[in-house]
Ligand binder design. Structure first.
Ligand SMILES: Cc1cc2nc3c(=O)[nH]c(=O)nc-3n(C[C@H](O)[C@H](O)[C@H](O)COP(=O)(O)OP(=O)(O)OC[C@H]3O[C@@H](n4cnc5c(N)ncnc54)[C@H](O)[C@@H]3O)c2cc1C
Ligand SMILES: *[C@@H]1O[C@H](CO)[C@@H](O)[C@H](O)[C@H]1NC(C)=O
Ligand SMILES: *[C@@H]1O[C@H](CO)[C@@H](O)[C@H](O)[C@H]1NC(C)=O
Ligand SMILES: *[C@@H]1O[C@H](CO)[C@@H](O)[C@H](O)[C@H]1NC(C)=O
Ligand SMILES: *[C@@H]1O[C@H](CO)[C@@H](O)[C@H](O)[C@H]1NC(C)=O
Ligand SMILES: *[C@@H]1O[C@H](CO)[C@@H](O)[C@H](O)[C@H]1NC(C)=O
Ligand SMILES: *[C@@H]1O[C@H](CO)[C@@H](O)[C@H](O)[C@H]1NC(C)=O
Ligand SMILES: *[C@@H]1O[C@H](CO)[C@@H](O)[C@H](O)[C@H]1NC(C)=O
Ligand SMILES: *[C@@H]1O[C@H](CO)[C@@H](O)[C@H](O)[C@H]1NC(C)=O
Length: 535
């Protein structure tokens, strides 16, 4: 993404050029905008508690705290004119109304994990609504439902569910710090996807503030908009304040294992075999693959490591029966396996050592931030062994430990849900999804071009082995390389459908129709938001 470093002067010039009927924001009189906010907030005196401008001493810390990708945590990245951290729904409504009035672009942020930083960056003058104070979670274990606000993390949600019940869970992401707001908006998958589908498949009601500043729920918004916000991607249709979800049953004992195999231990054959069975295993069994290169000896010999990272919804005895009959080549033994509760498996998959207190799930900044560029692909035919060998060769050309692939098996419940049930279309026929990652902690942005260029060329190599026409991609692994909108909002349907069909296939057209009906002026927009027909 081109990161123009606009000065305020440029901001203003840009704004005057493109702003027409409403009032253009004037940086020399920010008080007009603030007055508008007071006027539309239920409690005007609260303004001083939720609005930050660059002169506030905590402006930078409030801005930086949830930025996950260090590539965008730089002084030259564009900064918002205001950051709002609403304490009340009326503050969300006021920000929408006043940003419209002053023609400021508004970005919504929940957990800040967007891969391209679209929740906190824009190349035109903008404000951020940060949902960090909207974090309450209420679990009704008897009804097997919960209301969770967008600013909560999935880790907090899991923790609150486990507090009430050891046999209820929720099928959302593996990384506990991911924000509910963006995650549910784009689908949201984790270790339970083969059994229960995505987070978005399990949403049954919401509270949303629309482009007119109205607070709507499922009934008042109607089924089209309710369909669109469950997987159509964040930042296109409104600000989701809160989600009502259906909780899912989990057994009191689950089993995990993580088995490593190198090329010398027949990893190539094993990986090939995994492709043939991973999506056909019982729905209770989730075996994902992590592929990375490493040095096998003191002489710098490179090899590949295939890591079979597994959750089984049941005890070790029945797991061993399944693996012996369905994937005997992996030679899973009892010593490889550990029985635990479902909530402990959440910590296990997040990489915490055994015995870590569950409270770590409440820590909103517990993962290590890195510089990264990730991309995604969907695989429908097994990659031949020669193709796997080509992957290893390309991994050896990159710095050690920097490139990673994560292969997530589909099938099970994912294949049963129709492609048009929600906007997320990657269902029957998908063997697995690939996440391509290049992530580094040293060298900073100086070395970014080298790594980004490696992953782009790797992505070209992979084209022959993955879905085609369109080459599908996962919206929550946002990737601006596959196409983007013009942020001033005049993107044509044709231009947007290039990336739109990759994320949504034919559901893209319905998303555009919903957008046209609910936000024809394209107030909610960013580089990959759904455009209305008219613009
Ligand atoms: C370390 C890491 C691990 C991850 N692990 C997983 C995983 O296991 N499974 C998975 O599916 N994905 C995973 N993701 C991807 C993640 O699901 C997406 O990045 C998701 O969009 C993040 O949501 P957020 O609220 O944290 O992000 P944000 O950056 O806050 O928001 C993402 C997008 O949604 C919009 N948005 C945010 N809040 C709202 C709201 N309240 N209403 C409307 N729009 C909103 C934003 O404007 C932006 O466009 C991971 C990402 C990272 C960085
Ligand atoms: C208005 O907001 C202020 C500051 O947050 C708070 O002290 C006060 O109690 C609020 N008043 C009402 C009526 O909510
Ligand atoms: C930002 O600074 C202004 C002016 O000093 C102050 O009134 C306001 O309370 C500050 N905002 C926050 C959220 O602290
Ligand atoms: C690798 O495969 C060969 C032949 O298929 C077999 O003889 C050998 O034991 C395997 N090695 C390991 C470590 O499993
Ligand atoms: C490198 O070291 C490993 C383990 O120490 C050894 O097995 C291998 O033969 C060595 N390879 C070369 C090319 O020297
Ligand atoms: C399976 O694993 C066990 C324990 O690690 C080992 O002793 C045995 O040789 C392995 N069997 C095969 C066929 O690789
Ligand atoms: C949260 O995690 C961060 C990063 O690992 C750590 O520095 C911090 O101490 C943790 N906070 C708490 C309260 O555990
Ligand atoms: C994307 O890349 C980051 C950077 O390393 C990595 O931490 C993260 O695990 C990747 N995303 C997911 C969902 O795996
Ligand atoms: C959008 O506006 C930009 C800047 O004025 C212009 O270059 C571009 O051609 C416009 N695109 C469309 C589709 O109108």
């Amino acid at each position: 993404m081109k990161m123009a470093n606009f000065t305020l002067h440029h901001h203003l010039a840009f704004l005057l050029l493109f702003a027409a009927p409403l009032v253009a924001f004037d940086i020399s009189t920010p008080e007009n905008f603030l007055q508008c906010l007071s006027l539309h907030s239920r409690n005007a005196s609260a303004i001083s508690k939720f609005v930050y401008t660059p002169i506030n001493s905590s402006y930078s810390s409030v801005l930086d705290i949830t930025i996950q990708n260090l590539r965008f945590l730089t002084p030259s990245a564009p900064k918002p004119l205001f950051i709002m951290t609403p304490l009340d729904i009326s503050h969300v409504q006021a920000t929408i109304i006043c940003s419209r009035q002053y023609r400021l672009q508004m970005r919504t942020r929940s957990g800040g994990h967007d891969y391209e930083g679209l929740s906190y960056l824009s190349e035109v003058p903008f404000v951020i609504v940060d949902m960090a104070n909207f974090r309450s979670i209420s679990v009704d274990a008897e009804d097997k439902t919960a209301w969770v606000q967008s600013g909560a993390t999935v880790g907090e949600l899991y923790y609150r569910i486990a507090e009430k019940s050891k046999t209820l869970g929720f099928p959302a992401g593996l990384c506990p710090t991911v924000g509910v707001g963006g995650h549910f908006s784009g689908g949201g998958y984790g270790t339970l996807l083969r059994k229960y589908g995505l987070a978005a498949d399990n949403v049954i009601d919401v509270q949303l503030v629309d482009a007119q500043g109205r607070l709507l729920d499922r009934e008042s918004m109607g089924e089209d908009l309710f369909w669109a916000i469950r997987g159509g991607g964040g930042g296109s249709f409104g600000v989701v304040v809160s989600w009502k979800v259906k909780l899912v049953p989990v057994p009191s004992t689950v089993t995990v294992f993580t088995i490593l195999r190198t090329l010398e231990q027949n990893a190539t054959k094993l990986v090939h075999q995994w492709q043939l069975v991973a999506n056909k295993l019982p729905n209770d069994l989730f075996i994902r693959l992590i592929l990375q290169s490493y040095n096998s000896g003191p002489n710098g010999t490179r090899t590949m490591q295939a890591i079979f990272n597994t959750l089984y919804l049941g005890g070790v005895d029945s797991l061993l029966e399944v693996t012996r009959s369905r994937l005997p080549e992996l030679n899973v033994t009892r010593q490889d396996c550990t029985e635990m509760s479902w909530i402990e498996s959440v910590l296990y998959f997040a990489g915490f050592p055994s015995g870590t207190p569950l409270e770590v799930l409440l820590n909103r900044s517990s993962n290590t931030k890195t510089f990264f560029k990730n991309k995604s692909d969907y695989v429908k035919e097994p990659i031949p062994e020669s193709g796997l060998e080509g992957i290893w060769e390309r991994f050896f050309e990159e710095d050690q430990g920097v490139p990673i692939m994560i292969w997530n098996p589909y099938g099970g419940k994912m294949a049963e849900i129709s492609e048009s049930a929600i906007p997320f279309p990657h269902r029957a026929g998908v063997l697995y999804k690939i996440q391509h990652i290049t992530a580094w902690t040293t060298g900073g942005n100086e070395v970014a071009p080298k790594h980004v260029s490696w992953i782009r060329s790797f992505y070209s190599y992979m084209a022959q082995y993955v879905s085609k026409s369109p080459r599908e991609a996962y919206i929550n692994y946002r990737d601006l390389d596959i196409g983007m909108n013009n942020v001033i909002g005049n993107t044509s349907y044709k231009q947007a459908s290039v990336w739109g069909k990759k994320y949504f296939k034919n559901n893209f057209d319905r998303l555009v129709r919903v957008k046209t009906a609910v936000d024809p002026d394209n107030f909610f927009r960013h580089e990959q938001s759904i455009p209305p027909f008219s613009s």
